[in-house]
Design a protein around this ligand. Structure first.
Ligand code: XMP
Length: 321
């Protein structure tokens, strides 16, 4: 019968049989799938695994720390962190076009990952790369070994010839709910296991306009408040995703105390969905919206107006860029 314990045991046996005494690499993104896949491989072959976390500086408040500190403490994995915030910010300087942002981030990510992987491989080499491919991805791409390398922005694709790996996909028979159950079974915290989907290019595509350190900082503080209040209202699992978007090139007039302010508007974009292909705007309770609005305008001085996006997908997309 299916239980998380059985799933873990089976996955561990399969990983051991495949890997033997060879070395394995895994890229952590902060997402559920890569975290659970890495935790499983760690249980199976421990010291033969090295994880790489490319910190592009575009994650939300506390997320990089969750990977660097909490995940490492819980699983005991050997983690190499490539702290590349400056590199990504420099590459993004002056860029406002959404697709251009994506291209730059994808390119810099691959370059950083390659360089780190090469260093780690050294003379001994690394044979395997862990991917958090789920069963629905396998079906979508027509099955077949390694067929999951489909969405280049989700996975590490297009590596050069001297960095070819055999894929290990310990989640390839699992659905999302099974992945979560396995994650909990392995001791990962609820907030990691129930994390909402988050785009690879991160907050860069939630700042409409150029990405700068200051704007990231502003957005991070507002986003943290919105997420906190959603969790406090116990609504995380009703909501598919809750992007918070900074309209960085727009200014709006406000008033606070005796003074006129000239700040930025922020957009709350909570949506419900089953698969992100279509989505509906979430009818968050007014009290929750009120709390978020009051807190953001009180606690984030750069923001003087909070708006809610009530567009479904289609015609809107979930993200603003
Ligand atoms: P949209 O905005 O197109 O998003 O409705 C659909 C889903 O995809 C996510 N998304 C991305 N994920 N890289 C990613 O890894 C991207 O460039 C990207 N753009 C959108 C979005 O968060 C939603 O879950």
């Amino acid at each position: 019968s299916w239980t998380p314990e059985n799933m873990v045991t089976e996955a561990i046996d399969a990983i051991r049989a495949k890997v033997g005494d060879r070395r394995v690499l895994c890229a952590l993104s902060g997402g559920v799938d890569s975290a659970v896949a890495a935790a499983l491989v760690q249980q199976a072959i421990g010291p033969q695994l090295t994880c790489v976390f490319v910190d592009h500086g575009l994650l939300r408040q506390g997320e990089a720390e969750q990977v660097r500190d909490d995940f490492v403490r819980i699983t005991g994995v050997d983690l190499v962190v490539a702290d590349e915030t400056e590199r990504f910010l420099t590459a993004l300087k002056g860029v406002s076009d959404p697709e251009e942002k994506r291209k730059i981030i994808g390119r810099e990510f691959i370059r950083t990952f390659e360089a780190t992987a090469r260093d780690l491989a050294g003379d001994r080499g690394i044979d395997f790369l862990v991917q958090g491919t789920l069963y629905p991805d396998v079906v979508e791409s027509g099955g077949g070994e390694g067929a999951a390398n489909i969405k280049s922005h989700h996975n590490v694709g297009g590596l050069p010839d001297d960095l070819q790996f055999t894929l290990i996909e310990p989640l390839r028979h699992m659905f999302k709910d099974e992945v979560r159950a396995v994650g909990l079974q392995l001791g990962l915290p609820e907030e990691m296991v129930w994390r909402h989907p988050f785009p690879g290019p991160g907050l860069a595509i939630r700042i409409v306009g150029e990405v700068t350190a200051d704007r990231l900082d502003t957005l991070r503080r507002a986003d943290a408040i919105a997420r906190h209040e959603l969790t406090a209202a116990r609504l995380d699992r009703e909501i598919w995703q809750f992007p918070v978007v900074l309209l960085a090139d727009v200014r709006s007039v406000g008033v606070q105390g005796d003074g006129r302010t000239y700040g930025h508007p922020i957009v709350l974009r909570p949506v419900t969905s089953d698969d992100a292909m279509t989505a509906d705007w979430a009818r968050l309770p007014y009290e929750v919206l009120e709390k978020i609005s009051n807190r953001i305008t009180n606690e984030v001085p750069e923001i003087n107006r909070v708006t809610v996006d009530i567009t479904s997908k289609p015609p809107g997309t979930i993200e603003w860029e």
